[in-house]
Design a protein around this ligand. Structure first.
Ligand SMILES: [Zn+2]
Length: 257
């Protein structure tokens, strides 16, 4: 684990490296929106460019700007040229809230928690994100997050192909221990894992009752675009290099074919 030679919130460095990668790996770059003066990028491999193609992988990071390990982990993982990039359609949002990333804040430039608004097409970024994803279906959707209250890693899964959350957490717990609390962020967990029902009515009830109508990215993806959806969280009070390493390990394990 190597310390970064730049700030964990250096958006210019992040995007400059993504652009280099896009050139090297023939990834298509799209600026889906400009929010608070910052461009919101999507990158997709050539297999993902015919947008109606089913299967493949969706990954995003940086929805919450104060959670800075995930965007660097996602970048480093793609820099390592994982096999999936040449095998399946891959769509990546490397930093969905660049304004928050630069300012080290959870919210966007309008003070909004984007991750409670993925149902609202009238939020400019969300409307464009929904449009970008229209007609796209993924085998696997991954959202990378952090939690400043947590002491260990934890995972939400909405899976139609069978639970593998325990196996994924075990692999990552070599780097950071698994969260032991029975309640995390208001939900009940077992050994760091919360397995949601895959029934749309159950998911809608969670959104309506537990989240007061505010849909997180992972649940929107599970209900509209993805067979399996995972949200992986690291404790953001730990050192940045170990958090980055844990997210990279998660990406390696969850995409292992
Ligand atoms: Zn978050």
């Amino acid at each position: 684990m190597i310390a970064l030679s730049h700030s964990g919130h250096d958006f210019e460095e992040l995007i400059s490296r993504w652009r280099t990668l896009a050139h090297e790996l023939e990834l298509k770059e799209t600026v889906i929106s400009v929010e608070g003066g910052y461009e919101v990028f999507a990158f997709e491999n050539q297999l993902a460019v015919p947008r109606c193609q089913a299967g493949g992988l969706y990954v995003s990071a940086g929805v919450h700007g104060d959670e800075c390990a995930p965007p660097w982990a996602l970048l480093q993982w793609v820099e390592s040229e994982p096999a999936i990039l040449t095998e399946k359609p891959v769509v990546i949002f490397p930093c969905l809230n660049p304004y928050g990333f630069v300012g080290n804040t959870r919210h966007d430039h309008a003070g909004m928690d984007l991750n409670r608004n993925f149902q609202d097409e009238n939020v400019p970024l969300i409307g464009k994100w929904q449009e970008f994803l229209e007609d796209r279906e993924f085998d696997l959707a991954i959202n990378l997050h952090e939690d400043y209250d947590a002491l260990g890693i934890y995972l939400y899964e909405v899976v139609r192909t069978g639970s593998r959350g325990d196996t994924l957490l075990r692999a990552c717990s070599e780097l950071i221990q698994t969260e032991t609390a029975a309640t995390v962020d208001g939900s009940e967990f077992k050994d760091g894992l919360l397995s949601h029902s895959t029934n749309d009515a159950d998911l809608q009830r969670i959104i309506d009752e537990d989240l007061e109508g505010g849909c997180p990215e992972a649940l929107w993806l599970a209900m509209h675009h993805a067979t399996d959806s995972f949200t992986f969280e690291t404790p953001s009070e730990l050192a940045l290099p170990v958090r980055i390493a844990a997210h990279r390990r998660f990406l390696e394990e969850v995409t292992r074919g």
